[in-house]
Design a protein around this ligand. Structure first.
Ligand SMILES: [Zn+2]
Length: 307
């Protein structure tokens, strides 16, 4: 045993768990079900369309858009704002899962990851019989665009440092550095809600977007203050939500990261570029098989409905 080190096993959910709500953009009812998945599969989004089940792997190459939120998809379907449910999977160290989507989009819920976190905790997490395969960062990588940057440095664990700087009285400059684990996520990050500005909400509404958006699922600000009656959950809720988003976005690596992520005013786009760069590293050998989960469409019971 000496000198052999130790390993962590891959994890999945113990049983399925469903979260229901309305979609941010359509305002229509939708639900999401986390399901257990076999080892070495990673995380897949699943959707049934006209009786046929389609799936897409949560992976950088399948990221279709990064404006306002991260959209993952293929030619059959795409899903927006995936980062809030993915960050929960990352924090709870779930390697393999199916996320089945029922409805036009994911439920926005309260704009944080709290309902996803509760759903998975309720379902429970189990260890599987294969070791986790981390992507270890050996040399730092940095991507810059104007005054924004996203970098990753070697670190024995997963740590996310984020700085935002908004010319806004209620936000301003906020910075936080969190060593990510189940406990720190539950205490510092999980409840931080997404936020938006009233002027943008009005513009989105006129375009037929964000129809489900309300004070129930976002922190909304006018030109100087937070408009939600209940106020903020943390004085620096904004930067905490950015860490939540980043944790979700790095699930697109397809494997857990060992590194220190340092983000300065970086959004989904810069992070996606950093993820793609990490995946080009020789040391970031793609640890998971890229195989799609196999299923027969004429089967009533889908193979991932285990036990
Ligand atoms: Zn977000």
């Amino acid at each position: 045993m000496a000198g052999r080190g130790f390993m962590f096993l891959q994890r999945t959910l113990k049983r399925s768990s469903t979260v229901a709500g309305i979609g941010l953009h359509t305002g229509k009812p939708c639900q999401l079900t986390f399901r257990p998945a076999p080892t070495d599969i990673g995380v897949h989004l699943i959707k049934k369309i006209a009786g046929t089940t389609h799936s897409v792997k949560v992976y950088a190459n399948n990221v279709k858009a990064t404006t306002n939120a991260t959209t993952i998809g293929n030619t059959e379907f795409s899903v927006s704002t995936v980062e809030h449910c993915l960050s929960t999977l990352a924090a709870l160290r779930i390697d393999n899962a199916f996320i089945e989507i029922d409805g036009p989009e994911l439920p926005i819920l309260d704009g944080s990851s709290l309902p996803f976190f509760h759903a998975i905790q309720e379902a429970g997490v189990i260890e599987q019989d294969q070791p986790r395969k981390y992507i270890y960062i050996k040399d730092s990588i940095k991507i810059e665009e104007g005054d924004k940057s996203a970098a990753v440095y070697p670190y024995n664990g997963l740590r996310i440092q984020c700085t935002i700087d908004f010319q806004h009285k209620s936000i301003g400059c906020q910075s936080l550095d969190v060593d990510i684990n189940e406990v720190s996520f539950a205490r510092e990050i999980v409840g931080a809600r997404t936020f938006g500005f009233l002027k943008d909400v009005e513009k989105l509404h006129s375009m037929g977007l964000a129809l489900g958006g309300s004070f129930d699922n976002a922190v909304v600000l006018d030109h100087e203050k937070v408009l939600n009656k209940e106020g903020l959950r943390f004085h620096d809720e904004f930067v905490r939500h950015k860490i939540l988003d980043a944790l979700g976005d790095i699930v697109t690596l397809g494997a857990p990261l060992m590194g220190h992520l340092v983000l300065y005013k970086a959004g989904h786009d810069l992070l996606n570029r950093l993820v793609r760069k990490i995946l080009q590293l020789p040391e970031a050998t793609i640890p998971f098989e890229m195989a799609e989960p196999s299923y027969r469409e004429d089967e009533d019971r889908l193979p991932w409905q285990m036990i």
